[in-house]
Ligand binder design. Structure first.
Ligand code: MN
Ligand code: MN
Length: 477
């Protein structure tokens, strides 16, 4: 007679695995090829403007046309048509018109292309201690001590009152000079060392040194500052007053790199959230044929400071662009149909999550934390302290996503950002959920998020692409 313990049972336990134990050799090749393309995109997209421009290049090369050209309504859009709409050169919405009418809803992947950085103030240039410096105001949630004593590049635009835009990039070409913010030497840091990590470097002390050579004119005051102005004037034709209408951003200089002795990771600046932005955009352009539902990718600005402003997700840009699409795909536009189109949409809020870090294990609850290279990370909810501020996706919608991902062979896991009451984070999910659409967060896990050098797993990056591609093109049950 068999004892109870010997009775064979079906394995019904759940555990996710390292993706390298699952991925086929053929797919691993595709993964490496995808990551090469991603490295180039990340390298060339150090600001939201640059990510937007690279995005437009990729879209146009893949047959997408500027929606503005259709807005007079003379030519309607048909299933399979590929269009994009830009918002102020920073935010971007791209769509492929689906077989079903827009009223049935869209499948949307929404990511953001702004990243924490150090912005130059409006009146920034000054001289002190025989050095010229630019005053700054940091952007987004940074740990300030990470941004000193590293090579920085200056990216951005000066816009003249006559509308002329001068674009600058200094510090990326190996022959360029770089810029740097100083820190105190250990020998004189007795007071600084007593401060907390967040107070050790003050926001007003994140000023960057830009020069130290004086002009030779005897009568000139602030000779070093003047020399910098002269250099800028000679090279770019700008004056000190032109800083007033400029957007200049300091970002870590240099290309992102493969990381690890096994080259399994990518180390680089701005992967939050350009990794999901690129994966989403590439998925959209790679769709073959006509998707069932209108497939849409949103790359938005200002997520890191609350999605506010005309180029942030809280603006009406998405809704207005959806209205244009409806107008161009139906004979009679009406607001009710637009509301239905938005309400019936499905969305993946494509943003990064935190990976389990063995050096800081205490902030995570391991079985609900994303693990490096265990696949793209799906988060039913975010928020903090009792899920506050979370756009909690419904079990029904998560089940639909499971079906789509599993059918497409996506390697994926779930992950929650930190353990309960440790902190938390938000994305653009809640802003889209206001329309009544289903939204869930799904993106790549990162180590050192918001630092000058964020680390991500190549397998997770490739799986984000596969996940977004499946979601954008897949029909519903
Ligand atoms: Mn993000
Ligand atoms: Mn972020």
């Amino acid at each position: 007679m068999k004892t109870l313990a010997e009775k064979p049972s079906k394995n019904i336990a759940y555990a996710h695995k390292n993706g390298y134990e699952i991925i086929s050799a053929a797919e691993a090749k595709l993964m490496e090829a995808f990551n090469k393309l991603y490295l180039d995109f990340l390298s060339d997209s150090k600001t939201e403007r640059e990510a937007h421009d690279k995005g437009v290049n990729l879209l146009e090369a893949s047959g997408f046309k500027d929606l503005v050209k259709f807005e007079n309504g003379r030519i309607k859009l048909a299933p399979g048509d590929r269009v994009y709409k830009s918002c102020a050169g920073k935010t971007l919405m791209a769509v492929i018109i689906g077989k079903k009418p827009l009223e049935a809803g869209m499948h949307i992947v929404g990511a953001h292309t702004d990243a924490p950085r150090i912005d130059i103030k409006q009146n920034p240039l000054y001289e002190n201690g025989d050095m010229a410096l630019l005053d700054t105001h940091y952007y987004g949630g940074i740990k300030k001590y990470q941004w000193v004593t590293i090579p920085l590049a200056l990216h951005g635009v000066f816009v003249k009152p006559n509308g002329k835009t001068i674009t600058i990039t200094i510090g990326e070409d190996p022959s360029d000079p770089v810029l740097c913010i100083t820190d105190l030497l250990p020998h004189l840091s007795a007071d600084q060392n007593k401060k907390t990590l967040s107070e050790g470097i003050e926001g007003e002390n994140l000023d960057v040194i830009v020069g130290s050579v004086p002009v030779s004119e005897k009568s000139r005051k602030e000779k070093i500052k003047h020399n910098i102005l002269q250099l800028l004037h000679d090279k770019y034709g700008v004056t000190e007053e032109d800083f007033l209408s400029a957007e200049l951003e300091l970002v870590p200089a240099g290309r992102p790199r493969e990381a690890g002795l096994d080259r399994s990771m990518i180390l680089g600046y701005g992967q939050d959230d350009r990794v999901c932005a690129y994966a989403g955009l590439k998925a959209l352009v790679d769709i073959k044929g006509i998707p069932e539902y209108t497939a849409s990718v949103l790359l938005c600005d200002k997520e890191e400071i609350g999605s506010v402003g005309a180029t942030g997700m809280a603006s009406n840009f998405f809704e207005n662009t959806s209205a244009e699409l409806l107008n161009l795909t139906t004979d009679s536009y009406n607001e009710l149909t637009l509301k239905r189109a938005l309400n019936n949409s499905w969305m993946i809020s494509a943003d990064v999550n935190a990976l389990f870090d063995p050096l800081y294990a205490s902030v995570s609850e391991k079985k609900n934390s994303a693990i490096l290279n265990h696949g793209v990370c799906l988060s039913k909810y975010g928020g903090s302290r009792g899920k506050s501020g979370s756009s909690d996706a419904s079990a029904e919608f998560v089940a639909e996503i499971r079906r789509i991902f599993d059918k497409a062979g996506v390697i994926w896991q779930t992950g929650e950002l930190g353990k309960v009451d440790q902190g938390g984070g938000g994305t653009i999910a809640w802003l889209m959920a206001r329309y009544g659409m289903h939204v869930v967060d799904c993106g790549v896990g990162l180590l050192s998020m918001h630092s000058p050098m964020e680390l991500a797993g190549k397998l997770d990056i490739f799986m984000a692409y596969k996940a977004y591609l499946a979601f954008l093109k897949d029909g519903r049950k």
